[in-house]
Write a protein of this length. Structure first.
Length: 459
């Protein structure tokens, strides 16, 4: 299912540069429920047919490709538990077993292998990683399956949010905590600015946290919920917090990986794909699932998946293909010019689709999540040897040293703090509910438990 969070407006059309699918279309999924409540579910476009092409320049039989793809997916989606193995090791072993057991002719075995490799490469895109052998097989042991994967949701969420409590466009440069920051009483103001010119001591209010913004503004608070991405934490945690974060929190930030994916939007005057096509997969016939990893020198080998923005009439997209790439290939394409990308991808498509008259796109847009200083990648994944429980450590509120009565001063939310749902919008949403519940419990208010409480109540 499609959703829309970060988007780029192109003429009349909006394209999703970030989260696009609801992973798990079921009543268990709070994002699905929000869309349903907002009446946005009826705007879901059909996914369209899958088309598969070989690097030999011909179409691959879709029935065979779908069958082999399904078999590969059932292996790669396995949820290991305390195996300590990598996803790559498991996938290579199991797919090889399946290929060995085939009584088919050699040609069919080769094609099966190449489609298994395609599944592995697509998985790198899902995870945002560069090498299946670096990803923990146990990644999903705590994960919650909310059902099969299936629009303007943020606007809907904002409808209920009091606008005068919202401060936008403030870049936070310091989070001072475990302190004592004085301000004048708030009068009617909802948000307080820290200042010191207040005349009499007894009129001052004291707050344990002070946020310093890049523009010099200071905002005091009893509690702060930090939701910046794991990528930003990796880059800034050591300088952002005063006093510094405890060692176990820094180690958790260090151990987790923050991946990247790039979406390259290619707009064409005319579609060169059939009107019912929703995805185009490119298969290298000599690929094998033994070592699914990227190679920057051959970056186009990881440009194997294209989706079609559908339907072009209703959403005014025009004829747009999205090329997807993972991990360090995404890092690489972010640094390339539109002309370089346009020429290389056009030649690539010509080779697979077997016709030389595929035009260059009339416009191109490549996402740049790694170089975006406010995210620095896409979402978290678990490397081999790291247990998902490290996300619980990341989610722990900071322990106050000086004044224990001011508890839960700094709390943490965001997708990387949810071992049951990291890398998703619903994980991010539920982590916010979890921390709101935590604060409500602190003040002993009675709140209706949210679904987050039952999903990730460990921390
Ligand atoms: C390309 C892409 C595709 C995706 N596809 C899907 C999908 O199909 N389905 C799905 O469920 N999920 C998808 N995701 C993942 C999903 O978008 C994330 O899991 C989710 O948005 C994470 O939310 P968050 O609140 O944890 O972090 P973020 O959305 O990163 O929010 C963090 C916020 O902190 C702000 N910030 C950072 N530093 C500072 C600072 N110093 N001062 C002030 N503010 C700061 C940032 O501006 C940002 O607004 C995708 C993500 C990407 C990038």
């Amino acid at each position: 299912m499609l959703l829309s969070f970060s988007y780029y407006v192109k003429g009349n059309a909006c394209v999703d540069t970030g989260a696009q699918y609801i992973h798990g279309a079921s009543e268990e999924n709070p994002v699905y429920c929000l869309l349903k409540k907002s009446g946005l579910l009826n705007q879901i476009p059909e996914m369209g047919e899958e088309a598969f092409y070989s690097n030999k320049g011909h179409k691959v039989d879709a029935n065979f490709a779908r069958y082999a793809y399904g078999a590969g997916e059932s292996i790669i989606r396995y949820r290991g538990s305390n195996t300590g193995k990598s996803l790559g090791e498991h996938y290579a072993e199991k797919t090889q077993g399946m290929i060995d057991s085939l009584q088919e002719d050699n040609d069919k075995r080769t094609r099966m292998q190449s489609i298994f490799a395609l599944v592995g490469k697509d998985m790198l895109i899902d995870i945002g990683a560069s090498d299946l052998h670096r990803i923990s097989l146990d990644s999903w042991q705590y994960y919650i399956n909310m059902g099969d994967s299936l629009n303007r949701l943020v606007d809907k969420l904002l409808e209920d949010f009091p606008k005068d409590h919202l401060l936008l466009k403030r870049e936070v440069s310091k989070i001072k905590w475990d302190g004592s920051f004085c301000v004048a009483p708030p009068h009617d103001e909802h948000l307080l600015s820290a200042h010191t010119e207040s005349p009499s001591e007894e009129k001052l209010c004291q707050y344990p946290v002070c946020i310093v913004c890049e523009n010099g503004e200071e905002i005091v608070a009893d509690h702060v919920i930090v939701t910046i991405s794991l990528g930003c934490l990796k880059a800034q945690a050591s300088s952002l917090f005063i006093p510094s974060l405890p060692t176990e929190k820094m180690e958790a930030i260090d151990k987790l990986c923050f991946g990247n994916i790039a979406k390259i939007f290619l707009e064409y005057e005319e579609a060169f794909w059939e009107s019912d096509v929703g995805t185009i997969s490119l298969i290298y016939e000599d690929d094998t699932p033994a070592s699914v990893s990227t190679n920057k020198m051959q970056w186009l080998k990881n440009m194997q998946f294209f989706s079609v923005l559908r339907p072009k009439e209703r959403l005014m997209f025009g004829n747009i293909l999205i090329g997807w790439c993972p991990g360090d290939i995404a890092d690489l394409v972010e640094t390339m010019t539109d002309d370089e990308l346009s020429t290389a991808i056009t030649d690539h498509l010509k080779m697979f689709l077997g016709h030389s008259n595929i035009p260059q796109p009339k416009s191109i847009l490549c996402t740049k999540w790694r170089s975006n200083k406010f995210i620095k990648g896409t979402y978290a994944f678990l490397p081999v040897g790291v247990d998902g429980k490290v996300m619980d450590t990341l989610a722990q509120p900071l322990r106050v040293r000086i004044r224990p009565s001011f508890d839960h001063q700094v709390l943490f939310a965001g997708e990387a703090t949810m071992k049951t749902l990291y890398g998703t919008v619903q994980g991010a949403l539920l982590s916010g509910h979890r921390e709101a519940d935590r604060l409500a419990a602190l003040y002993k208010k009675t709140v209706a438990p949210t679904s987050a409480t039952s999903l990730d109540k460990q921390v």
